[in-house]
Ligand binder design. Sequence first.
Ligand code: SF4
Ligand code: SF4
Length: 104
Amino acid sequence: MAPVKADPAKAPETPQNEGAERAMERKAQSRAGSYDISIYDAWCKQCGLCVAFCPKAVLTSDTFGNPEATFPEKCIGCMLCVLHCPDFAIDVTEKEENGEKPEV
Ligand code: SF4
Ligand code: SF4
């Protein structure tokens, strides 16, 4: 009887072969809570884009449309809010530990 070749497409997902996308998501998740979110009210025009694009529902709008970082501990630092803000009114930075700059 001829040996049966394993179909790589049907191989179970293991730490060795998990997709790059999933690995990145896991890495992002592990860094949740490591970011500071700053919103500059004077520049913000309450368009809501940052709230709409945040994949982790970190941001919410108050009754006047002002964005708030309601759940900062869920931020994964994806920067979608920063990239979509038309007025440079929101910034996300990695928290510093022990007063030292984080490694890039
Ligand atoms: S970087 Fe911005 S869009 Fe991404 S998770 Fe944090 S608050 Fe949400
Ligand atoms: S995307 Fe920028 S201008 Fe629009 S609500 Fe968010 S911070 Fe304000």
